[in-house]
Design a protein around this ligand. Sequence first.
Ligand code: ADP
Length: 510
Amino acid sequence: MPIQAPPQNAPTTESVTPLAKAIFDNAIDGLITIDDQGIIESFNPACEKIFGYEAFEIVGHNIRVLMPEPYHSEHDGYLEHYKTTGKARIIGTSGREVSGQRKDGTIFPLDLSISRFEHDGRQHFCGIIRDISQHKQREKELRDSESRIRSLVTSTVDGLITINASGQIDTFNPACEKIFGYSAAELAGKNIRVLMPEPYHSEHDGYLENYQRTGQAHIIGTSGREVRGRRKDGSEFPMDLSISRYELDDGVYFCGIIRDITKAKAAEDSRQQLMQRLMESNTELERFAYVASHDMQEPIRMVANFSEILVNEYQAQLDADGREFLEIINSSAIRLQDMVHDLLQYARLGRESLSFGEVNLEEQLEHVKINLSELIRDSGVEIYNAPLPVVSGSSVQLLRLLQNLIANAIKYQPANAHPVIRITCDPQDNYWRIAVSDNGIGISSDFVTQVFEPFRRLHTWDAIKGTGLGLAVCRKIVESHDGQIWANSSPGNGSTFYFTLPKTRERPPQ
Ligand code: ADP
């Protein structure tokens, strides 16, 4: 845009008073004067900042360069009107929002007020300009954030109520309408107490009274608290309530977020009842197993003892069949005795009150080797172990756990095998993972979890003796020590039994 000379007879800053010049130069608002043809005569520093033109670049040009469409042509219309009628359509000093165009072509909103004055017998116009881009941007942000909050308040499934410091309801969102059965209009300005049954009713009055007296709010807090609400139909229900406090120009407000927990409570109650019934039936079952196995011991012992006496003292009086039948009775009685013994041990596990202390697993392993010395000697097993930790637990039970696993590792071997057992310990985050591996017959993957169930055996009694309770006992012991037990195995490749125990020491003793 070529630079133009200021128009002839333009009112220059030299031709006005020093006060007017000071105002012109220092005004925060942009000041422009134009003649009756729309030619810019003066352009103050604020205008330079707003439009990006320097005064000398713009003076002499038509004001239209500062206007985008539609103001551009609108302005031409105004001037045309002025030229033909001699009447100016002055926008006025009250201001009007229009758009301006900067030197770089960007368009921005501005507040414009125009006045008219005479100089040297000609009409001139003075425009006062305020760039309102930032203000408009803030307004937009505020509108956006308001609409975000409004949509949140109306669409949230949680009830949202705001009250003033006197307890009068200000906001009551649609979720609240659903929860309480009142419409927002019905409750506007009403006291929040209508939504509260006793004792919260009077408790709340106390809170507000205290707040009004001391200025201290007894805020329940944002972490939520279980209270009771009262619906329009008078019914009461449990709800989670969290409250926060905020201040506006006209005072303090409280915002309550409400969740109806009727269903959750009912589900929790029935879960608790179910758990209770389950625990009772478990205890009953354990009691039954305990009593039955305990009471069965005596008659079984009698059968075993007397069948042994028969074998020892009356064999000669029996024929071959009779001796064979007697053998069967005798071995069945011994088997039954073993089963009842193990069942009693298993049932006792749930009933014993455990005395927990520090248990050195390496020491327990030595005890196991002593207890199983005969089996170890006969099988020729080699047992290797990594350093084992000291844990918190019942020494009797942890010994039984190791003993059952090691006895099984020796027992479940192919014929003429040379059994090798390795015991390792891996520190994990908060627990030790201990593994007992053998080179025995292994377990098919279909049964690797089933073997921990009571009486679950993969072999007949005649093939390999056992009661099917050893691993069930192991599982009960590990679980009562807050650990887990499982196995990895496949037929012919040996088995590894893992169990975890919570850490009580940082490192296994070296
Ligand atoms: P039991 O040894 O008296 O039969 P357990 O509960 O100790 O009872 O074991 C259950 C079953 O798991 C066993 O019958 C056996 O089939 C299988 N089992 C346990 N330990 C091993 C092992 N180390 N190797 C292969 N099979 C095993």
